[in-house]
Design a protein around this ligand. Structure first.
Ligand code: PLP
Length: 382
């Protein structure tokens, strides 16, 4: 019964028999030219004109006032949490249905991830569930939010726009504002995705992006932090360059900093890729429309689509199967037939290192964990 979709994917990718990956990068613009240029300039490391250009492009694309280029999305998240004021022993709210980097970054900040449920239609952190949960467990004292049961401060909330699908981010930010909880948006997967015409990553205090090789556009490896707060932006740049004070020759450092700046070589590749972003998103949205048309009356596979007021980059298309056993059948059939598919992540709270972390009822996340599978989503060039 899954033969049709395999045939359909092979047709739309013009690929008769070869292995079809889930998502592969495309380099069809100025990427090689810019990378060569960076090499010839000898500025291959963390200072160079492509880093500046990349940061400017990120501001133009997202509408954020400031962008800071970093080595990857995971360390961007780590730094963003510190910049939001997360300290040792704090709790940080996030969704249990996310990629491991979200929870890892919280741990790097010596804080405890506190897992909350998602909405079934956005696959992202649920504002309504968060609201009722906070009502039950949280209290605000002197402008700070505390978990009544653990006594710990709830220092931040990290919602994640899953597969590029915007979650109900404006509602989520208002819930967090009510409880004085700063929001760090994990927009690693959602470059180019908007909610109510505003770019994801710009609703909270800080937003974070990834330019890993599997993303809509790539730097090879890379990340970015965006914010509208000038003080935070300056601090981000400072901390990501070993907290070195500006001086012509002295080594003076005023904090424990990090080597988190994106090298110019990667920025050159990223600039070439960012020039293609609009193209790629148009291509990806057309692909999702094709899937939607093809799967319209399919009784086994339901395509996940963007919710009202949102525009997804459709980084990875996702389908929902009837139950876990159907999910496994589908995964086996497609992968056996050389068309790569992959299940959504295991819930963070089930992993050994996060088993003891506090959590809300996670019924939606559990339901989705059993059913969601990603299907072929690369930009089609042939
Ligand atoms: C949701 C999410 N957060 C964070 C990251 C981390 O990004 P990176 O791989 O650039 O460290 C990724 C992707 O890899 C991601 O999908």
């Amino acid at each position: 019964m899954y033969k049709d979709i395999i045939q359909f994917i092979r047709e739309i990718y013009n690929e008769d028999s070869k292995f079809i990956p889930l998502h592969e990068p495309r380099f069809i613009g100025n990427e090689k030219k810019y990378v060569l240029d960076a090499i010839e300039s000898t500025f291959v490391s963390s200072v160079g004109e492509y880093v500046d250009k990349f940061e400017k492009m990120m501001c133009d694309i997202t509408g954020a006032k400031y962008a800071i280029a970093t080595v990857n999305g995971t360390n961007s998240l780590h730094l963003a949490l510190l910049l939001a004021g997360v300290e040792n022993e704090d709790e940080v709210l996030t969704q249990s249905l996310t990629f491991i980097a979200t929870a890892n970054a919280i741990s790097y900040a010596n804080a405890t991830p506190h897992f909350v449920d998602v909405d079934k239609e956005t696959l992202g952190l649920s504002p309504s569930k968060l609201k009722s949960y906070l009502k039950e467990i949280a209290e605000v004292r002197e402008g700070k939010c505390y978990n009544k049961f653990t006594g710990k401060r709830i220092a931040a909330c990290v919602p994640m726009h899953t597969f590029g699908l915007p979650l109900y981010i404006d509602e989520l930010v208002s819930v967090c504002n009510e409880y004085h909880i700063p929001v760090v948006e994990d927009a690693a997967e959602s470059l180019g995705s908007t909610y109510k015409d505003k770019h994801t990553g710009t609703f909270g205090l800080l937003g974070v992006f990834s330019f890993n090789g599997n993303k809509t556009v790539t730097a090879g490896g890379g990340g970015a932090i965006i914010t509208n707060d000038e003080t935070i932006a300056k601090r981000a740049k400072h901390l990501s360059t070993q907290a070195k004070k500006t001086h012509k020759w002295e080594y003076e450092h005023d904090a424990i900093g990090y080597n988190y700046r994106m090298p110019n070589l990667n920025a050159a590749l990223a600039c070439g890729q960012l020039e293609q972003l609009d193209n790629y998103i148009e291509n990806k949205r057309a692909l999702s429309d094709l899937y939607a048309k093809f799967l319209k009356d399919n009784q086994y596979l339901e395509l996940v689509r963007e919710v009202k007021h949102s525009k997804s980059n459709y980084w990875l298309n996702a389908v929902i199967l009837k139950d876990r056993s159907e999910r496994d059948n589908f995964l086996e059939y497609t992968n056996d037939n050389n068309v790569m598919t992959r299940p959504i992540w295991s819930l963070m709270n089930k992993l050994e290192m996060f088993k003891k972390c506090p959590k809300s009822n996670l019924s939606n996340a559990e339901w989705l964990e059993d059913r969601v599978v990603n299907i072929t989503s690369s930009v089609r060039v042939k």
